[in-house]
Design a protein around this ligand. Structure first.
Ligand code: ZN
Length: 150
């Protein structure tokens, strides 16, 4: 394994061991649930929004290393973003994971989230990595129904 891959794995493991924003919010403006039946990842996501800006994000639940670290990194990167920026970030992340095999990801604006770029080679794990993101988008639309990756 290359040093870069080792570093990437370190970041993923670190977020899995100590997920950021792993808590329910008090009086969230939006809440959504996400479930990935292929893996059993199960999250609930809370959002606070003030004047079109995401001021707080929290998630709880249980999932594999990929889904948990992706959710953790997502909550960190979403705080302080406008709804437009949040959508842009979702699109960039989604594009990175669903790009043509063998092509480079344009992950510059994604920061640490770029460590999940290699997940694109494993379609079943893409569902793990994007679960919290789809849940986030559902929450923003005010959809209270559970999101499923199926
Ligand atoms: Zn998973």
């Amino acid at each position: 394994m290359s040093q870069l891959q080792e570093l990437y794995q370190e970041i993923v493991l670190e977020h899995t061991r100590r997920p950021r924003n792993f808590r329910r919010l008090e009086k969230p403006d939006y809440t959504a649930k996400g479930y990935n039946p292929f893996c059993g990842d199960n999250f609930i996501l809370d959002l606070k929004i003030e004047r079109g800006i995401i001021t707080d994000v929290g998630f709880q639940g249980a999932g594999c290393a990929i889904s948990t670290s992706s959710a953790s990194m997502m909550t960190e990167s979403m705080k302080g973003k406008t709804l437009e920026e949040a959508k842009g970030l979702f699109n960039a992340f989604h594009q990175m994971l669903t790009r043509e095999p063998g092509t480079e990801a344009d992950a510059e604006e994604l920061g640490d989230l770029g460590v999940l770029s290699g997940v694109s080679e494993f379609p079943t794990r893409v569902k793990c990595a994007t679960l919290a993101w789809h849940t986030m988008m559902a929450a923003l639309k005010g959809e209270r129904e559970s999101v499923s990756t199926e």
